[in-house]
Write a protein that binds this ligand. Structure first.
Ligand code: SAM
Length: 498
């Protein structure tokens, strides 16, 4: 098990220590070169820190960060022994499906934050601002997903002429080509010869079997409708000041279509197809944020029993059971979800069911307490779905059955604002080096978009560490540890000693 993230100050670029680089690597020469290069970059970066108030020094510092973080990412790919991904790749790189990508994600967070900040400073403002709204990538992705274009191209690795492709997916050929060209600009599909298109490593995500593609489908098809009424939901008398789930923008969007809705979870109650798509999207979400890193970075060896609260089909608990066969695992969710979960477990981890170390206990976490006296109560992608009142109810129900050794793990995106919060500090969490925004700016893009998704669908939010502490304290829990997994965090609480 690795310790939680160490404290990093605003003036440090996060680089691996010389020891880290030396101890694990097979490609020693490359690693040492990388270390020297990065140490030099840090040296020159720190020197420039003295005059970081100068606009040009900021640009130079951002260039240094881009350089060192890109090289760190290259090193992470090379560490796998499979080289770096090629621009033309039409297959996944082994690192794409690794369960612990923390080091790569740290490098990419710096890279994305720094290059976005650099181009925003250098580009004309009208150019950058219009880039925000002049963006139909989501609509083009929606076409590609619904027409299953990536599935068709998968059978033609050398590429397929758009005439035949359009015929296969029953769309107009010139319109299909325009959609594919717009996406090819961004590396999703490629035009290998005039009017001949092929898959890339990005467009493979759009195959119908891919879980992240399923998540992309929810965001390209349904969520834009809710986003379309955001302003109305902020000005409508009934919705504007409410933080109740039945006043989420999606409720307003449904109303405009003549339909009714109260709580997003109702959508799945009697609809197997929607429930299945949602659970696959959950798998995709966890792949996108690299949530499986929790399997490697929490001390599961020292734990005997785990309750997965709002387990879904077991996207967390199934790999946990496989990796740590000593654990007793309880899955708790709504009854209809657990029926689906048991079918999935029978297929994916039958050995754990036969051993009797996994149980399924249906409950409603807003009304019932979970099973009592277990070591860990784990909540992934749960607390951010609920307003403070309901989140407190869920935690209070858990608190009632905790033993002295029990702990609650909240695993969500944890928010950092663009200005440091002096009363809260960083609690050992990483902050970006200057002149980047402390929260990594555009490097934290997906967390801020996730916060918007929570708003649009549930009228809820991602929380800061300070807000989570307050939630815990309100039910007698105290924050004891934070595990920084880059895009998500695992925040551990125990019973507060009075
Ligand atoms: C966003 S999903 C997260 C699933 C899983 N923890 C993961 O990370 O993949 C939220 C889960 O909460 C469950 N849920 C919603 N309302 C619930 C309730 N009142 N009681 C118990 N579970 C509920 C849903 O069925 C769903 O499986």
């Amino acid at each position: 098990m690795q310790p939680p993230s160490t404290l990093s100050t605003r003036r440090q670029i996060q680089l691996p220590s010389k020891r880290q680089l030396e101890c694990t690597h097979t490609h020693d020469k490359e690693k040492k070169e990388m270390y020297c290069m990065m140490t030099m970059t840090r040296f020159s970066h720190n020197q420039k820190m003295t005059d970081l108030n100068e606009p040009e020094a900021k640009l130079e510092a951002l260039l240094d960060i881009i350089n060192s973080s890109a090289r760190q990412a290259i090193a992470e790919y090379k560490n796998t022994g499979h080289g770096v991904p090629s621009a033309d790749a039409a297959t996944f790189h082994p690192l794409d499906s690794a369960t612990d990508t923390i080091a790569l994600k740290k490098a990419i967070r710096l890279l994305e934050g720094a290059y976005h900040q650099l181009s925003t400073i250098l580009a004309p403002p009208q150019h950058t601002l219009m880039n925000f709204v002049f963006n139909y990538n989501w609509a083009c992705i929606d076409v590609a997903l619904r027409a299953r274009i990536a599935d068709v191209l998968d059978k033609h690795p050398e590429g397929l002429n758009v005439d035949r492709l359009a015929e296969a997916v029953n769309l107009d050929k010139s319109k299909t080509a325009r959609v594919l060209r717009a996406l090819s600009l961004m590396g999703c599909f490629k035009e290998v010869a005039p009017d001949v298109f092929a898959n890339t490593r990005l467009s493979l995500i759009l195959k119908s079997t891919n879980n992240t593609g399923c998540l992309a489908g929810l965001h390209s098809q349904d969520v834009p409708k809710y986003a379309g009424v955001l302003y109305e939901s902020m000005t409508d008398e009934e919705f504007a000041h409410s933080h109740e789930p039945d006043k989420a923008p999606w409720v307003l969007a449904l109303r405009k279509e003549g339909m009714k809705g109260n709580n997003h979870w109702e959508l799945f109650k009697n609809n197997d197809e929607k429930r299945e798509a949602f659970q696959r999207a959950m798998l995709g979400l966890n792949e996108m944020v690299g949530a499986s890193a929790v399997l490697h970075h929490y001390p599961w060896d020292n734990i005997s029993s785990v309750v997965d609260i709002g387990s879904g089909i077991g996207t967390f608990s199934t790999p946990l059971a496989k990796m740590f066969p000593h654990l007793k695992i309880t899955n708790q969710d709504l009854p209809q979800v657990l029926l689906q979960a048991q079918n999935v477990w029978k297929k994916t981890a039958p050995e754990a069911l036969l051993d009797g170390r996994v149980e399924f206990v249906p409950f409603n976490f807003l009304e019932d307490v979970p099973v009592a006296g277990k070591d860990v109560y784990y909540l992934r992608n749960i607390i951010h779905n609920w307003p403070d009142r309901d989140a407190t109810t869920i935690l209070r129900n858990i608190r009632k059955v905790m033993g002295l050794n029990s702990r609650v793990l909240i695993h969500d995106c944890v928010f950092f604002h663009t200005l440091q919060e002096p009363d809260i500090g960083t609690d050992g969490l990483s902050t970006a080096p200057e002149p980047m925004l402390p929260n990594f700016g555009a490097g934290a893009h997906r967390s801020y978009q996730m916060d918007m998704t929570m708003w649009l669908i549930h009228n809820t939010k991602e929380r800061t560490l300070g807000e989570l502490k307050i939630l815990g304290a309100s039910v007698g829990l105290v924050l004891t540890q934070v595990y920084d997994l880059v895009e998500t965090m695992v925040v551990e609480f125990r019973i507060a000693q009075s």
